[in-house]
Design a binder for this molecule. Structure first.
Ligand code: SAM
Length: 382
């Protein structure tokens, strides 16, 4: 479907009388859950009427919590060194074709400064698992950003660490952590990763992060090599158990230097259906419309928002490192700079009736908790 048709259709949408799977979507809307079979029918359905009705209901939930606000996350890809060897990833340790880099604290701070000037109030520090930064280094980077920009949040996305390390980063001021679980189905996880990387440890990390008090993000790639719809449904059930604050979920895209170079990328249709389902399952979750979705479809990020997502993550990394952080082929925005990315995103969101806001965009659960603490303090002080 062409972009403008897609937008118009969503804006002027009135549910028709005959919608296949309508009962399942209504049930998911009301109860936030469905059986494995019903979820499979929804994922399998290629009927446009089903998809449109799913997105319509997802937008109702999205707007109840977030109105038409879109939260910005400024992504700073500060290192592409990685000790891991995930078989799908372009910056995996064994890829000898990557020109490796790591950024200094000063360079990272400069990215945050530029982002702050352009309205970003969350900085996501993402990198491979680069152990040349000690825990103290990470803490210093986090605390410098928090000191310089006390109105902003820092999210870390630096992989699997010990609970002690996670606690140190939290104490230094990191409040959020993104660690996609990648695949909750054990066999699929084993297939996508070397033996030394285990699903058990990934899940242990997520629960450690939660118990420390982070706002936690999990998530998975869609249409990862060998992934079945049943595997995806296992991901949904895992997420229901974990109850994360964020779910990062985008299409798998092949990278030329991996064994999956000839695999098919995830489709826009499947990605949108998954976003719609996730919004109905988790009405309050922070749900990015990902760069990977924008890579497989020039209007992918807009479509993701119209399917229920409420977060976008423009790149704040310096232009000279962007091409070196190639997780997959043809990644978009590698020629742009931070200012262009921010401006472009504002325009894109405005065009579909949403508004990029200059806010931290905390998880609603966290906002409620912070309000409670504030009012308790007022009562104590009265
Ligand atoms: N090292 C950190 C970690 O393990 O969470 C963060 C960096 S990692 C490169 C960020 C995410 O990129 C992964 O969670 C994975 O889902 C995604 N990714 C890696 N290769 C990809 C590919 N070929 N297609 C789509 N997403 C990919």
């Amino acid at each position: 479907m062409r972009y403008l048709d897609f937008i118009r259709k969503q804006k002027e949408y009135v549910p028709p009388a005959d919608i296949p799977q309508k009962g399942h979507i209504d049930q998911l809307f009301e109860t936030r859950t469905l059986t494995r079979d019903a979820l499979r029918y929804l994922l399998e359905s290629e009927d446009e009427r089903t998809a449109e009705y799913l997105f319509f209901k997802a937008r109702i939930r999205q707007k109840e919590t977030f109105e038409n606000k879109i939260y910005l996350r400024g992504l700073i890809e500060f290192s592409n060194f990685c000790r891991c060897d995930c078989k799908y990833c372009g910056i995996r340790k064994s890829n000898g074709n990557v020109q490796r880099y790591h950024m200094s604290r000063e360079d990272i701070l400069r990215c945050a400064e530029l982002g702050h000037m352009h309205g970003f109030r969350t900085f996501v520090l993402q990198g491979g698992e680069d152990l040349s930064y000690s825990d103290d280094d990470i803490c210093r980077i986090v605390s410098s950003i928090r000191e310089k920009f006390p109105d902003s949040a820092v999210t870390l996305s630096i992989g699997e660490r010990t609970k002690e390390s996670y606690q140190k980063y939290f104490d230094a001021g990191a409040e959020r952590y993104l660690l996609r679980h990648e695949a909750a189905a054990p066999e699929l996880y084993r297939k996508l990763h070397p033996q030394a990387q285990t699903l058990e440890n990934r899940i242990r990390c997520l629960y450690d992060l939660k118990s420390i008090g982070y706002q936690v993000g999990a998530g998975m790639m869609l249409h990862a090599p060998g992934q079945t719809l049943d595997d995806l449904i296992t991901d949904f059930f895992f997420l229901q158990k974990l109850q994360p604050d964020m779910i990062g979920c985008g299409p798998f895209i092949p990278h030329k230097d991996t064994e999956y170079r000839n695999e098919e990328a995830g489709s826009v249709e499947l990605t949108l259906r998954v976003l719609g389902i996730l919004r109905l399952m988790f009405p309050e979750v922070l749900l990015p419309s990902t760069t990977a979705l924008g890579t497989i479809d020039p209007m992918g990020r807009e479509k993701g928002i119209l399917a229920g997502a409420n977060v976008v993550m423009p790149n704040l990394s310096p232009r000279d490192v962007r091409k070196k952080y190639m997780l997959y082929d043809n990644k978009i925005c590698t020629e742009d700079d931070a200012v262009q990315c921010a401006g472009c995103m504002n325009q894109r969101m405005k065009a579909i009736g949403y508004r990029v806001v200059e806010e931290r965009g905390d998880a609603p659960r966290k906002v409620a908790q912070m309000c409670r603490q504030k009012s308790e303090k007022r009562i104590d002080g009265a």
